[in-house]
Each structure stands twice: as structure tokens, then as C-alpha cells.
Write a protein that binds this ligand. Sequence first.
Ligand SMILES: Nc1nc2c(ncn2[C@@H]2O[C@H](COP(=O)(O)OP(=O)(O)OP(=O)(O)O)[C@@H](O)[C@H]2O)c(=O)[nH]1
Ligand SMILES: [Mg+2]
Ligand SMILES: [Zn+2]
Length: 297
Amino acid sequence: MTGIIIKALSGFYYVESSDKIYECKARGSFRKSGISPLVGDRVEFDIIDDTHGVVNSIIDRKNLLARPNVANIDKLFIVSSFQTPSPNSFIIDKITAIAVYNNIEPIIVFNKCDMGNFDEWLKIYSNAGFKTYVVSAETGEGIDALKAELKGVTSAFTGNSGVGKSSILNRLFGECVIKTGEVSQTLGRGRHTTRHIEAYKLSFGGYVVDTPGFSSIENEEHDYDFKERLPELFLDFGDFIYNCRFTGCSHTKEKGCAVIEAVESGQIEKSRHQSYLQLNEELKDLKPWESTNYKKR
Ligand SMILES: Nc1nc2c(ncn2[C@@H]2O[C@H](COP(=O)(O)OP(=O)(O)OP(=O)(O)O)[C@@H](O)[C@H]2O)c(=O)[nH]1
Ligand SMILES: [Mg+2]
Ligand SMILES: [Zn+2]
């Protein structure tokens, strides 16, 4: 049988196959390979009884993200909120680069639009060429448009803790999610905080993955190749990188650099370039042999 891992908890893998869920252990021989199955993994498994099974192997991954630690994602929804917390352009931009690096489409979501307007933010990200959605999990505004984006693909929601990822998904739940079972929230200090990664099957096709939020994305692991390819991972720099006449230009401070000129003339958003500079700084000491190889895990 083949199925998809929708949840991994305490050594058990929950495999969804033909609308049933099997609680599985990984086969011993497979465990020794050192590769752990992840949410989003397509697996080959044996059924033991109506609700139990054993995972034999992972079907080749299309991609793998370290944070959130999920496999085979088509679209990554990067969620920010109007307030508590407010959007952080560096975090958004860093995640867009990581998504592009992994062949995942980054989509920008601004939540809690009932609290204020996102006009400035929207301008930046639509100018930079991203699909952007302004929603309110509270009032339901914008949720239908977002829903259409989820159809038939595997998507993951990421963003700081408290931006409303789970709230947005709960808005979708009643109508769209086939799978029953509890919502991925546990009550923590008077607030619902997601503690584990879980994929939900959508009635109209596709899966959506809720993930625990982060409070910062310091100490992110990067491959050297990510550093090397950084300029092209900012898709909005595209043509200007190509037009830059300096071979090996870092597009950070060189006089006459086409990217910098585009920033000055407003064709590239200043905040996007600032994030690029900050990422460059963060990665500058990364050496070829220091690549993390997290993909092999
Ligand atoms: N006003 C307003 N509040 C919202 C909205 N969406 C979520 N919230 C509130 O924001 C808080 C955090 O929402 P969650 O959905 O738990 O946030 P999360 O991103 O899943 O957080 P983690 O699971 O910790 O990563 C809750 O108190 C929600 O009620 C919204 O659209 N408007
Ligand atoms: Mg949550
Ligand atoms: Zn340049």
C-alpha cells in the first residue's frame, strides 16, 4: 500500500491512505537507514489491521524543508499578522528564499486584517511579484480566495507563533477537511499553541499542513549552495541580476551594479534588498565544507 504521513508523534507515523488512517511503526530495517519519515512523506506500508500498519520505505521526496520539517510541499504560505506579532520583512524574505531554493512556491498571507490595513505591506509584496492574500480568520474575510489556492496541492503554513495559522485553518475546517479527529491545538497558558506538525486532507483535493510557529529563525541551517544561489532566490532581482555587468557581483555595494540601481530607481523594493543584505551578512562565513546536509537526514 502507499499512503501519506499526516502526523509523526512519539515514534508513531499516522499514514493516510484511501481516507483511512493507520497508526504505523517504521520497519526495523528501515529505521537503521537513519532517515526519519516526515509529515508529507509518501510511504510504502503494510496494513496489519483496520487501524495499524508498518512503514516499509519512503517514496523519493520532491523536496524537504528543515523548518518546518516537512516533505513534498508545493506551496508555502508565509503568514504574518497585523499585530502580536507584527510583520517582519526579514523573516518573510528569508523564508521566501528558502522556499524558492526548495522549489516551493512562497505565498504571502497577511492575517488579522480586521485589526488594521496592510496597504504598505501589500504594495511591497505584490510589486515584488508574490501572490499575496489579506485575510481575517476572525471575520472570514479573504478566506475563500485562500481556499482556492489550496486546491489539489500540498501546502504548509508557517510563520511566527500567534499570527493565526491554526485559526485560518480552523476557518477552513468545517467545510473542507474530510479527516475527523481533534484540531492540532492544545491549550497552553490560556492560548492555543500548535505543538506538532500535522497534515489535513482537504475534501476538494490536496493537503494542508499546520505547523508550530517560531519565535525567531536564528540558527537556521543552510547549505553552501543556498548561499551561492542567494541572488537568484530573490526572484524579483531576476532581470537585474542578468543585466548586472559585473561578473561575480555580490549586488551589495558595487557602484554601477544593476540590482542596486534598480533599488535606487524603485524597481526593486528597498526592504527586499535590505533583507538580501542581511542574509548575505548572516551567510558570509559559511564555507563549502560546512554545508549541513540536513537533506540526507
Ligand atoms: N483579531 C484577530 N485575531 C486573530 C485572527 N486570527 C487569529 N487571531 C488570534 O490570534 C491568536 C493566535 O492564533 P493562532 O491561530 O493560535 O496562531 P498560530 O499562528 O497558530 O500560533 P502557533 O500555533 O503558536 O504557531 C489567537 O488568540 C487568535 O484568536 C484574526 O484574523 N483577527
Ligand atoms: Mg497554531
Ligand atoms: Zn550587481
